[in-house]
Design a protein around this ligand. Sequence first.
Ligand code: GLU
Length: 422
Amino acid sequence: MAELVSQQHRVNPLTIALDQFDRTAEILHLDEDMRKVLRVPKRELTVNFPVRMDDGRLEMFSGYRVQHNVNRGPAKGGIRFAPDVDIEEVRALAMWMTWKCALVGIPYGGAKGGVACNPKQLSRTELEGLTRRFTSEIYTLIGPESDIPAPDMNTDSQIMAWIMDTYSMQRGYSVPAVVTGKPLEIGGSAGRTEATGRGVTYVVEEVLGYRGERLEGKTVAIQGFGNVGSHAAELLAAQGAKVVAISDVSGAVFNARGLDVNAALQIKNEGVLVSDLPGGERISNDELLELPVDILVPAAIHGQITGENADDIRARYIAEAANGPTTPEADEILRERGIIVIPDVLCNAGGVTVSYFEWVQGLQAFFWEIDQIRRRLKSIISRATRETIATAEKYDVDLRMGASALGISRVAEATLSRGIYP
Ligand code: GLU
């Protein structure tokens, strides 16, 4: 979907992350030394490695793991497989993970990883080979006490299982807590797969509640129908919202009377593309973004709402389920137009929160019931939302700046208490 945004308005995610950091540092009056420390990643690794393809050819791949900051705990963040992943994108995403973990108050720093590849063109054996080799390449960085990967774009529980297995083979014993988002049978947590989508629902409910509104009956358009978008659709609909449009790379489907989300989910599992779904009008991804809905949920990739289309957005709320979907230029336009943006670091933090639960359960080898997980998730996400709103009010800024100020101030406090070594 990135290709839908013209070159002129495409903004590098690192530029966005740094711009947000600089503006927040101003609001917080962070001193110059603190800015120097927090602005750069602590540690980064680039690896180039070969994978033997099914037809006997050898292909080289580039992968990255960046730990932005570990002052509040081990580095945490997903690994994505996508054709255009590069070090700058991974740096930006690692930085956002640092603020996200601090914002929801879980004891982690931020990290991210990625391999530049097109997973849709790889066979299962090739995908496994690539995953295992990448894991060995970043073996020195990852570990249950140092850096814990998780699923992200185009990676899932099977890939986490291969990472866990490869790491465990090197150690000589099983180390489930080295990754989160694993399958249940090897120490995964109940509720992890749905967690990001569920978190989106909790945040939206809390923000609406604060503004005296209810989710029931609200119209919703969702861009992206992967793990995050599909669960968000299911759970928002279950709470009484009317999902009128969904999309994937193939395009979007729209029905003003509401789509049958459960049927869409079922068909998706059978491999049908969203643009082939019955029961609605076919529209493009661009058109979906501009629908007159109550809530727009970008749940695909970064850089979707830009200076080019921000004037045409007709939603009242934007719930950023993806990381970095709105550029700073668009943010400004949306703010002026009174559209409320619920920022990514808050909106999609449900995923990493249940990752934290999975890690804790794994370390204790004691597993919780799904009800307990959902209750704890709701409590963390709702509190973080209320604290974000309060911080935004304190500094008289929008929710993005409020979330950013809250996250960054917590990391700055941790950095200050630990001091400078040696
Ligand atoms: N990739 C997800 C995110 O961007 C989850 C990270 C995790 O669970 O560690 O928040």
